[in-house]
Design a binder for this molecule. Structure first.
Ligand SMILES: O=C(O)CCC(=O)C(=O)O
Length: 271
């Protein structure tokens, strides 16, 4: 389901950019919701929306609102988007699990996000792995970041391409502000999706333009990963999502076979 070129690039860099993954009408709706929800305190958000770190967040930390797929259909379309799922299915061996969604807003007033991911003392968390085997790339924890705005150079997502396979510790002076070729600033247009393995060393530069950077992050893992039970569907809010999104949220064994996966594969094959 990934082309030879996509596999080459993902394996080499640890990320790829899917251009125009999301239709403009959906992008506009997401921007509208992003601005409306970010104008509200947590207590006023429609349940079960809540900020990732409402209690500990400082005013200058970028705010990330979670569980967005329960609050509007546009985010349910996003988690099932075939342009994105084509890659996610390939990377998870057709055993995907939706574990987390987040809508973030970065402004000139909010700070950058330091590098994280990658190796620590030569150790990759076994729940977060990347391998290339035979003709396949395989990642157990994937982030699909859809930009809702055009991101200018000098702002937004940065990473150390290839660091998903790094064995040695990153020297401390290499930061999210370092220059190419070691550090690359990926600047998507509105509707583009940056798909990366969470083993990639990544972070973000502060927003340096007017308005706000708005991004929808959808995180997937393999459905049999041992650390995910706490990330299953929210049973008390089950009535707010479709059967397919509910199933995508579920833990499942190595055999795969989610109905939603089969439906997506058929749709992708027919394209
Ligand atoms: O804002 C960004 O693009 C960085 C996001 C990030 O570091 C993450 O989701 O782990």
């Amino acid at each position: 389901m990934m082309t030879a070129e996509e596999k080459y690039l993902f394996d080499l860099h640890g990320f790829i950019v899917v251009r125009n993954a999301v239709p403009a009408a959906d992008v506009n709706r997401m921007v509208e919701l992003c601005d409306a929800w970010h104008a509200l305190p947590d207590a006023k958000l429609p349940p079960p929306l809540r900020s990732y770190d409402e209690k500990s967040r400082k005013p200058t930390d970028p705010r990330s609102i979670n569980h967005i797929e329960y609050a509007d259909e546009v985010f349910q379309r996003l988690v099932l988007n075939v342009n994105i799922m084509r890659i996610v299915l390939a990377l998870t061996g057709d055993c995907p699990q939706l574990i987390d969604t987040a809508l973030t807003r970065n402004t000139r007033e909010t700070i950058d996000i330091p590098f994280h991911g990658g190796v620590s003392g030569g150790f990759h968390n076994p729940a977060n792995q990347y391998q290339s085997v035979g003709d396949r790339c395989f990642a157990t924890f994937i982030n699909a970041a859809t930009s809702l705005v055009d991101v200018p150079q000098g702002s937004g997502f940065v990473c150390v391409p290839g660091s998903h396979k790094a064995h040695f510790e990153r020297p401390a002076h290499i930061t999210n502000l370092s220059d190419p070729p070691t550090v690359v600033n990926v600047c998507p247009k509105a509707g583009d999706t940056v798909i990366f393995t969470e083993t990639l060393c990544h972070g973000a530069r502060g927003w340096n333009a007017d308005g706000a950077r708005r991004t929808a992050f959808i995180r997937y893992c393999t459905s049999y990963a041992s650390w995910t039970p706490g990330h299953g569907p929210m049973e008390e809010h089950k009535d707010k999502i479709s059967e397919e999104v509910y199933e995508l949220h579920q833990v499942q064994g190595h055999g795969g076979g989610k109905r939603v996966t089969k439906r997506l594969l058929k749709e992708i094959e027919g394209k």
